[in-house]
Ligand binder design. Structure first.
Ligand SMILES: *Cc1c(COP(=O)(O)O)cnc(C)c1O
Length: 394
């Protein structure tokens, strides 16, 4: 049997990129691609952003890693900026979204034990995605991602997404519930946008039952949905919020922010990470956070996202094969009535990078927050045309 040296965990498109600039990627044959995926909501500032490049290079020449056994000044600075922006009280840094969620899950469990609940249980949602580690995979609401990896981690119960009554029902039948873990918008699930007051209602439920509201903003955070964190549009404060993807613009970093009673759950020895929040990653993230806030890129995401969605509606809104065009900022989806998995390949051939989620029916675009109006027009025109041709509409 012949095998490739890289383990076979992704079905990859046959292209390798050599360098990038802004919203553009250039492959090893010199072809260029408009990047409407941002490495899955990671490169919000696009590629080779000077603020990030400078921060990384200067920090790398000075100090890459010490240890969390010592004070890390960049980590303290980053925590200060993130708590200022979010209204949260403190931050734990890891290296990925899954690790940020692991921290959240551990906070919820210890919070429960402190209250005398021996089998603390967390409500999670159908269609959710929280990561690939055993606990976050168990929290994920996607059977095909879990299949083959049983036994899963216990302590999770599942409710349909955007269904407040189902959550209330679970709580009234289960005295072990200590927290709700939920995405403000389901990203991997297909850009599913719940009712405007969904998070507010979950906040009320958590307040009424002394439970933690834990928001997974790994994908929605860092300006993408129109505010730095998506929950800020609801005027609420969660007990825990996790983020990663867009935080480091490609340098691996994840953060678990906590407020109020959740912020005092962990003590020394309760959690840790060797690399977490090291000088290099925090330097990159500081540059990202400061650029997003100083240049108001969250507001730009709101405006540009609506503009792109309107553009798609003008070109595809009437097509019978388009079920819905939706967005929150620069989380954009064109939901088709039938599977269009090949569209990721076809659009790559036409020089646009996007992907297809939600059971193959949702064309997902997560463009860099720095995309220009001209690039956005090119995106709308190219992708509309690709979908029309694919659907044999012209
Ligand atoms: C991508 C994602 C994760 C997992 O992040 P990793 O960095 O891949 O571990 C968790 N939650 C959400 C909502 C995500 O989109």
């Amino acid at each position: 049997m012949s095998t490739q040296p890289v383990m076979n965990t992704y079905s990859r498109l046959s292209v390798a990129f050599d360098h990038g600039q802004g919203c553009w990627l250039f492959d090893t044959d010199g072809n260029k691609y408009l990047d409407a995926l941002s490495g899955i909501a990671v490169c919000g500032l696009g590629h080779a952003h000077p603020a990030v490049t400078t921060a990384i290079s200067e920090q790398a020449s000075q100090l890459i890693h010490t240890s969390n056994l010592y004070t890390i000044t960049n980590q303290e600075r980053l925590a200060e900026r993130l708590t200022q922006i979010s209204g949260m009280d403190n931050v734990f840094f890891g290296n990925s979204g899954a690790e940020a969620n692991e921290a959240a899950i551990k906070i919820a469990r210890k919070f429960g034990h402190t209250k005398g609940i021996e089998k603390p249980t967390i409500i999670v949602m159908e269609g959710s995605f929280h990561g690939r580690t055993m606990a976050t995979l168990s929290a994920t609401g996607n059977r095909s991602a879990q299949a083959g990896f049983e036994p899963l981690v216990g302590g999770f119960v599942r409710a349909p997404y955007n269904d407040v009554d189902a959550v209330k029902n679970i709580i009234s039948n289960n005295a072990n519930v200590v927290a709700i873990l939920v995405e403000p918008i389901q990203g991997e699930g297909g850009i599913i946008i719940p009712a405007d007051d969904y998070l507010n209602q979950l906040r009320d439920i958590c307040d009424a039952h002394d439970m933690l509201l834990m928001l997974d903003e790994v994908q929605t955070g860092n300006g993408r949905t129109g505010t730095y964190f998506s929950y800020q549009q609801n005027g609420i404060l969660p007990d825990v919020v996790t983020t990663a993807k867009g935080l480091g613009n490609g340098v691996p970093i994840g953060a678990c922010l906590a407020s109020g009673k959740a912020a005092t759950v962990f003590g020394p020895g309760n959690h840790g990470s060797t690399y977490g929040g090291n000088p290099l990653c925090c330097a990159a993230a500081l540059a990202v956070v400061n650029t997003i806030t100083e240049e108001k890129l969250d507001q730009r995401a709101a405006e540009l996202g609506n503009k792109i969605a309107d553009g798609f509606r003008a070109q595809l809104g009437d097509a019978a094969y388009v079920k819905e065009i939706r967005n929150k900022g620069l989380l954009l989806a064109i939901e088709l009535t039938e599977a269009g998995t090949e569209l990721a390949v076809l659009s790559k051939v036409k020089g646009v990078l996007l992907n297809v989620t939600g059971g193959g029916k949702v064309v997902r675009m997560l463009p860099p927050l720095i995309m220009s109006d001209t690039e956005a027009e090119l995106l709308v025109n190219t992708v509309s045309r690709i979908i029309k041709v694919y659907m044999a509409d012209e």
